[in-house]
Design a protein around this ligand. Structure first.
Ligand code: ADP
Ligand code: MG
Length: 321
């Protein structure tokens, strides 16, 4: 068993170096130098065991995901990530667990040059809370209230994979051989930072899909005072999800209401189509048009046959049901 300060030393030994960190881990607080003229973008997300990840999730995957879900929020604002803090609550001061956790955390931090600049280490039920800090030029952030009637709705990647992985895990294991690919999408989501950085000036409102496409789109509609028409059958299906051989309605429900994909959903004027496709190509992620913004309120979904469609259950809400 390690002491608190041994754990902090292990964490400190692995942080990414950045010139704008005047003083990192070790003092009472960090000293950071934001670039002149930029707005600071701040987001925080907590992962609790059994709620945000299955109990059997590998520590390295928990480390990855804790940072990934936060970087996803910065991506959804069009921000450049820079720094983060980490609050770690552990049942035991387990150095091997912390090292494994850091393997995942650090791999993603290096990809995005994010410096861990401070945090807190306490004893308690396993819980990981990360705060990320990034920058955006004034007026360029991708806000939920920025959608206009006539915009098209886009989504990155293939929503539904993480929800199917969770469903299979809850049902007691693999229902199909593609589970590993799906499980990777649940455990190691890819924050769409590169895409988010290319969307200011092209996209209007942008959100990351953490609670489910319908639920997250509803936030945009509320904030912008508009209605979203979603073509549910236009939402792209991954090979792994297709291989799960689900009933169409079950699959649609996972894609519309399943959380945890951390894909970006954004709205943009029709004239931005080509530029968006080019931006996505540069960012090495697929993007698909899945609907449009009209006058009114709420979100409606229709199938390829033009039938109104509703999911078997709605998006994830911690305090309902
Ligand atoms: P204090 O008692 O002043 O709050 P701590 O003993 O909690 O300081 O932490 C010592 C230093 O280590 C601080 O700079 C703090 O930010 C950092 N730190 C503690 N836990 C973590 C962690 N889990 N991740 C990153 N930095 C941490
Ligand atoms: Mg402290």
């Amino acid at each position: 068993m390690a002491g608190e300060f041994d754990l902090i030393d292990r964490i400190r030994a692995r942080v990414v170096a950045r010139d704008d960190v005047v003083l990192g881990i070790g003092d009472d607080a960090a000293l950071l130098q934001p670039p002149a003229g930029m707005q600071l973008v701040v987001a925080m997300d907590t992962l609790n065991t059994g709620i945000h990840f299955p109990h059997d999730t590998a520590p390295a995957d928990i480390g990855w995901k804790a940072l990934a879900v936060n970087l996803s929020d910065l991506a959804a604002m069009g921000a450049t990530p820079a720094w983060c803090t980490l609050s770690l609550s552990l049942p035991e001061p387990d150095a091997a667990w912390v090292d494994a956790f850091l393997d995942g955390f650090d791999a993603l931090a290096r990809q995005h040059a994010v410096a861990l600049v401070g945090g807190d280490t306490t004893r308690g039920p396993l819980s990981v809370c990360v705060t990320v800090f990034g920058f955006v030029s004034p007026g360029r952030a991708l806000r939920r209230d920025a959608t206009s009637v006539g915009d098209e709705i886009w989504v990155s990647g293939t929503p539904g994979d993480a929800a199917e992985a969770l469903a299979q895990w809850s049902a007691g294991g693999a229902r199909d051989p593609a589970l590993r690919a799906l499980r990777a999408r649940l455990d190691r989501p890819t924050p769409r930072v590169a895409l988010g950085l290319r969307l200011p000036g092209l996209a209007h409102a942008t959100i990351d899909i953490s609670d489910g496409l319908l639920a997250d789109l509803a936030h945009v509609c509320r904030a912008s005072g508009v209605r979203a028409e979603l073509d549910i059958d236009a939402v792209p299906v991954s090979d792994a999800l297709r291989a799960a051989g689900l009933e169409p309605d079950t699959r649609r429900t996972l894609q519309a209401s399943g959380g945890d994909d951390y894909e970006l959903c954004f709205t943009a004027p029709v004239g931005a189509r080509d530029a968006i496709v080019a931006a996505a190509l540069e960012a090495d992620v697929s993007v698909t048009r899945i609907g449009r913004i009209v006058k009114g309120q709420g979100v409606v979904a229709t199938t390829a046959d033009g039938e109104l469609w509703a999911p078997v259950r709605a998006g994830w809400d911690h305090f309902s049901g």
